[in-house]
Design a protein. Structure first.
Length: 895
RNA sequence: GGGCGGUUAGCUCAGCCGGUUAGAGCGCCUGCCUUACAAGCAGGAGGUCCACAGUUCGAGUCUGUGACCGCCCACCA
């Protein structure tokens, strides 16, 4: 590799190359360390939240992956044995929907194809379209171990799913039964509580009169939002304490339209305060009524089919859609004078998370997990700190959910997914749960068995990944080494769907794992990526930012840096392109700094390597001690921030170091030395190379592409490792910190900035150099003398003089705490403007002075505040006093 | 009905355990193509930190109340 870099930074020219190289070279593939292998250091493992096989990468993924990649690359460089495990989720409903849609466009349907052929078709679909995200991830340089990639429907993972199901069943934690579940009439499957999204709706509350049997003059008025369900009513409940209805206890009512006798029952469910205090009871179509039905041993009448059309139990309404039936029923009731009223009523309606169809509570036979025992342990795991949440208040949300948890309906009436390992005997109806198809029914011995038609909730299998992905139920070395995983990074939207389930299932099945049962030791919940106007990105709004498209325009490094620099825990990210533009400029800055370095290397010729290490003699120079000190200090701060997931702080630190200190100051300071005598420039170049190489390592987890490119160029084709990602991340070392150098540089910078400031104010021609005078104490004067060249060059000074006379009365002079500085320049300054500037500063300082005096005059403060704070304030008060005097005397001079 | 988060410069956001002068990027103004970079350089303007009350020697930061946004959870017809 040549150390020549093209003149312009073009991410498109370098990124695909390295992305391909990383994958090809299997740089991030991790062999399982064998027992006792000495070199295996501390382990850091992380599971990629498996994207849906139907998915395409969106900004949320990119944020998630950027955060994971930064952490993983950082840990890897810190010497951890690092595994980032990728995979894909089969996404039952979503994928089935996708393929069904495709079939529909061909005039076909899954029913026409039949189950076998349909599943075959889904596999084909997956082969063609199912790996979009992997391709995108590779392009973005995610440092995952592609050799270990899994798919949740892989054979081994499917076997593990069966094993888990069978064990849970054996343990009595899985049961099958007829209950009210959330039913999506479009997907024609049961869905879990979590898959129902609630929406506030201003609808109607219909009041219907139910006449008393045998006495049509009397009636009870009930209220309902779903009048069509009245066809399935089996009772009307009133509160036992409700005096208004006492006379009807034990009586029966005549259900209108159906002309069925139904009893009046008493139950606490009926709230006398609500509506009329009388509730219709429909056990087959409402979860509360279902419970009431059980309590009172009432029949269950199901009036709808799986598409929510009225069935044969609905009498004259059979065959109608539920909403058409509603209209017709209301009309019929009104005709009969039984519609007592319609009131506006706001209530929340449940919709299918996938297709937004209104969910129908439906009585059906499903498989459930008895969740309470699992939830108990999962709650303790977080209470005991076995799992730590960041931001920590998500633990609260987690507890809230765990403590109010309901049994989990895990069966789905879909075709795509893990089929439930249960077999029904067609003879005696016995159900056998087994690891493989039984040859004969254990109950009756007959061999006419049929596997259960249902498949498992997608989240059932993904909830197992932290152990099944490592080979469970086999006792694998991977499980020993990588379980529990170190961290989980994900969005809050799947906190319950996935995170909570992993904790429950992991703790349960890994209870005897030597390193702990929890599936991960830490959870970092990232925020939502919104658009620049803080709107949620959505297809319907058309404000979706395509990460790949943005990446193509600005480069992956710039987009990653944008996300990292905004990823403050707990705060949503308003993604704005102007920000990305700024970070592309940053990448460009890095690029050009590298070009500058290489340019000088070329000019100097042979005899020097950029990577030979820092010549010790260079440390005799202030600017070198300073930049080294800054570098190591920043490295320490970056490490600290990354260890607590403060990505934005870490990113801003490296940004400010590289641009604001290394480029703006250090490179400018050493420029003249690069063109001096050859030996001198070689020495400084070697030092520069050392700092630059360190800076690249510091930047590398955030901007892996550009750092990789420049790093290889620096080693001129002979790098000490195959990738910068495989070398050490900088760490703070106390002996590398030079407090004094940092303080001294700060003073020099202040002098330079002040002179520049005067020049701008006095409108000195930029090209024109002027003499300058400095009045300072001996220490500062010595410092300035020693660094005269630096000051003269960076502040455009032609001859820096030192004076024993205060300069404060010189027009345009700047006064700081440590010095006063002025330039020799004839042009008259704008007296009025100068006055205004001084007055403004004076006012600010006087404000500060008053504030300081008040505090220092306060005995309580002196007594209670820590000594360093008091000391600091005293020192500052003295400084402020000096500054005020200086400005005041300058002001008098202006008059 | 519960619970949570936010409100800081024109815009988008930082500001960690309360501590001297509240920061950044973009935008804006002034001046520069100074041979690494105009995707740049130098200088500058711009803030009663939502309101009120409290705790404290000291509050953008902690507590309470309110306002306005936003989110999550919930089987009340």
């Amino acid at each position: 590799m040549s150390h020549e870099l093209p003149k312009t930074y073009d991410p498109a020219a370098i990124e695909p190359k390295w992305a391909g190289y990383w994958v090809q070279e299997k740089l991030f593939s991790v062999a399982t360390p064998q027992p006792g292998s000495p070199e295996s250091g501390p382990v850091f493992s992380l599971i990629l939240p498996p994207p849906n096989v139907t998915g395409r990468l969106h900004m949320g993924h990119m944020l998630n992956q950027t955060e994971m990649d930064i952490i993983i690359r950082w840990r890897r460089m810190r010497g951890f044995l690092t595994l980032w495990l990728p995979g894909t989720d089969h996404a039952g409903i979503a994928t089935q929907m996708m393929v069904e849609r495709q079939l529909a466009s061909e005039g076909s349907s899954r029913q026409k194809l039949g189950r076998e052929a349909f599943i075959q078709r889904v596999w084909e679909w997956k082969k063609h379209y199912g790996n979009a995200i992997q391709g995108q991830m590779k392009r973005l340089g995610a440092s995952v171990d592609w050799d270990r990639e899994y798919f949740t429907m892989d054979e081994n993972l499917s076997r593990a799913v069966t094993e888990v199901f069978v064990r849970l069943h054996e343990q009595g934690l899985i049961y099958r039964g007829m209950y009210i579940v959330n039913w999506c009439p479009r997907c024609m499957t049961a869905i879990s509580d979590l898959e129902v999204v609630h929406e506030e709706l201003s609808g109607k509350l219909y009041q219907i009169k139910y006449p008393v049997s045998g006495d049509p003059s009397q009636s009870v008025t009930i209220a309902t939002t779903r009048p069509e369900t009245m066809l399935a009513d089996v009772a009307v409940a009133v509160n036992p304490k409700d005096a208004r209805y006492r006379h009807l206890h034990g009586k029966t009512l005549l259900l209108p339209l159906m002309n069925r006798e139904i009893p009046v029952i008493t139950d606490e469910l009926a709230d006398p305060e609500f509506g009329t205090g009388a509730v219709k009871i429909t056990p087959a179509h409402d979860p509360n009524d279902f419970q009431v039905g059980l309590r009172h041993k009432l029949p269950q009448i199901n009036i709808m089919d799986d598409q929510a059309r009225m069935n044969e139990n609905a009498g004259p309404y059979a065959g109608m859609d539920r909403f058409a039936a509603r209209e017709k029923i209301l009309k019929d009731l009104e005709e009969r004078g039984l519609l007592a009223g319609i009131k506006d009523h706001t209530y929340s309606i449940g919709k299918c998370d996938r297709c937004k169809t209104i969910v129908e509570p439906r009585l059906s036979t499903q498989w459930f997990i008895k969740i309470a025992p699992l939830a108990k342990r999962a709650t303790e795991a977080v209470e005991h700190g076995e799992i730590v949440f960041t931001p920590e208040n998500y633990a609260k949300t987690y507890f809230e959910w765990m403590r109010n948890i309901h049994d989990w309906c895990i069966s789905r009436q879909l075709w795509w997914g893990h089929r439930i390992p249960a077999w029904h005997c067609l003879e005696c109806k016995e159900i056998t749960v087994a690891r493989s198809a039984p040859l004969q029914c254990p109950q009756c011995g007959k061999n006419r068995l049929e596997q259960d038609q249902d498949v498992l909730d997608t989240w059932f299998s993904s909830g197992l990944l932290p152990f099944t992905a490592f080979g469970w139920p086999e006792k694998t070395r991977d499980l020993d080494v990588f379980y529990p995983t170190s961290l989980l990074i994900t969005g809050f939207d799947i906190l319950f769907f996935w995170v909570a389930r992993m904790v429950m299932l992991g703790c349960h099945f890994m209870a005897d794992h030597p390193h702990g049962s929890v599936p991960f030791k830490a959870v970092y919940i990232h925020a939502l990526v919104r658009d620049a106007e803080r709107q949620k990105m959505s297809k319907t709004k058309g404000n979706v930012v395509d990460p790949i498209e943005v990446t193509e325009r600005y480069g992956t490094d710039a987009v990653r840096f944008t996300l990292a620099s905004m990823a403050s825990p707990g705060t949503d990210i308003a993604f704005s392109e102007s920000r990305t533009e700024g970070y592309r400029a940053f990448a460009n800055k890095i690029w050009n700094a590298a070009r500058f370095m290489f340019m000088n290397l070329d000019r100097v010729g042979g005899g020097v390597s950029l990577t030979q290490g820092a010549p010790e003699a260079e440390m005799g120079r202030l600017e070198n001690r300073w930049i080294m000190s800054r570098f190591y200090r920043v490295a320490g701060e970056v490490n600290e921030n990354l260890s607590v997931y403060r990505f934005h702080e870490a990113a801003n630190l490296v940004y400010n170091f590289f641009w604001g200190e290394f480029c703006d100051w250090y490179l400018e300071i050493i420029k003249p030395r690069l063109s001096e005598t050859e030996s001198d420039s070689r020495s400084v170049l070697a030092f520069l190379g050392d700092v630059f190489e360190g800076a690249l390592r510091l930047l590398s987890p955030f901007m892996p592409f550009i750092t990789e490119e420049i790093w290889h160029a620096m080693y001129d084709g002979k790098p000490p490792a195959r990738s910068i990602a495989l070398v050490k991340f900088p760490e703070a070392e106390k002996r590398r910190l030079h407090d004094q150098a940092e303080q001294q540089m700060a003073v020099l910078q202040e002098i330079i900035v002040n002179i520049r400031n005067i020049r701008a104010e006095m409108k000195v021609e930029p090209k024109m150099k002027t003499p300058a005078r400095l009045f300072a104490n001996a220490e500062v004067q010595k410092l300035a003398e020693e660094n005269r060249g630096m000051i003269e060059r960076l502040a455009s000074v032609d001859g820096l003089e030192f004076t024993s006379q205060p300069l404060r009365e010189t027009p345009g002079a700047r006064t700081a705490v440590n010095f006063e500085v002025a330039i020799n320049y004839e042009q008259k300054i704008d007296i009025a403007a100068e006055r205004e500037r001084l007055l403004k500063e004076l006012k600010k300082l006087e404000g500060e002075q008053a504030n300081g005096q008040r505090q220092l005059g306060n005995e309580q403060f002196l007594k209670k505040a820590p000594a360093n704070v008091v000391e600091g304030l005293r020192k500052r008060a003295a400084e402020v006093k000096t500054l005020i005097e200086k400005i005041q005397s300058a002001l008098t001079k202006l008059e």
